[in-house]
Design a protein around this ligand. Structure first.
Ligand code: SAH
Length: 260
């Protein structure tokens, strides 16, 4: 009796791990999030029970406690339950809350890491997260806060020109994030980018500066899911912009029969 907490990666089905694909093909039940792309769901064989527990920003359609309970109640001897999450289950994915709940209920679990949005969307937008001479480290933070709370991040610590900053769920507060970082000392002309629906055919990216990013993203009409990448590595975004421009997309796609 086991629940698999599986990362689906950022959207492109070719970025699923072999283990994730194998589990999708042998699952009895797949419980999935809004972030899981239609292209990935199409790899789940017909006849497998699919349960959507998607969350839209501001509209929590299934409360987390109910998801936890659902997973525990689906677990049964011989049944393969796959909890499929966008990106990596343990990066802003609440996978560890689900794991702790399953543990308390005596249900076994396994975690299958996925490629997280920061790694995948930046690469597909032409941005390396580190680069000798441009960034010595990376930080992943969440820009999501309840409506009436101010953003309680360690702005002084984050305003480091030597470190790439990736903000998940940061679109709604992009303006405030930029202002706070500039007030903490990060130059307004620090290169910055926003990537929407990275790695999918719908990917869009806006490359700008910290001072201008919020306005540029708004002018471009970007909408969730978006990650923000802030730091000097974004200087390389045009030079390394390979996605959508070349035959890489002509590689054979994964097929239902490729893995047994
Ligand atoms: N567990 C996921 C993150 C979940 S939080 C992971 O590891 O990637 C949801 C946020 O992830 C979104 O608001 C957005 O900031 C980011 N995100 C996930 N997929 C994305 C994509 N394909 N393009 C851009 N941002 C994405």
């Amino acid at each position: 009796m086991r629940v698999y907490l599986v990362g689906a990666g950022p959207g492109d089905p070719d970025l699923l791990t072999v283990k994730a694909l194998r589990l999708l093909q042998t699952a009895d039940v797949v419980v999935y999030d809004r972030l899981v792309s239609p292209e990935i769901l199409s790899l789940v064989p017909t006849g497998v029970t699919r349960i959507a527990v998607g969350k839209m920003p501001g509209h929590h359609c299934v409360p987390q406690e109910n998801i936890n309970e659902l997973l525990a109640s689906l677990a049964a001897p011989g049944r393969v339950v796959v909890r499929l999450k966008g990106g990596d289950p343990y990066i802003f994915g609440r996978g560890s809350e689900e794991a702790l709940y399953l543990l308390r209920r005596g249900v076994g679990f396994e975690v299958v890491p996925g490629i997280t949005a920061a790694a995948a969307c930046s690469a597909y937008a032409g941005i390396p997260l580190t680069h000798r001479g441009l960034a010595r480290g990376v930080r992943f933070v969440t820009g999501h806060f309840k409506d009436n709370e101010t953003l309680a991040l360690d702005w002084d610590g984050l305003a480091d020109p030597e470190t790439t900053l990736v903000v998940y769920m940061g679109l709604a507060h992009a303006r405030q994030i930029g202002e706070r970082l500039i007030a903490a000392g990060l130059p307004a002309d620090t290169p910055a980018a926003a990537v929407q629906e990275g790695t999918t055919p719908r990917q869009r990216r806006v490359v700008s500066t910290l001072g201008e990013l919020a306005a540029a993203a708004e002018a471009a009409g970007l909408s969730s899911p978006v990650i923000l990448v802030i730091g000097r590595v974004v200087e390389l975004a045009d030079a390394l912009n390979w996605f959508g421009s070349d035959p890489v997309s002509a590689l054979p796609k994964v097929s239902h029969r490729a893995v047994h």
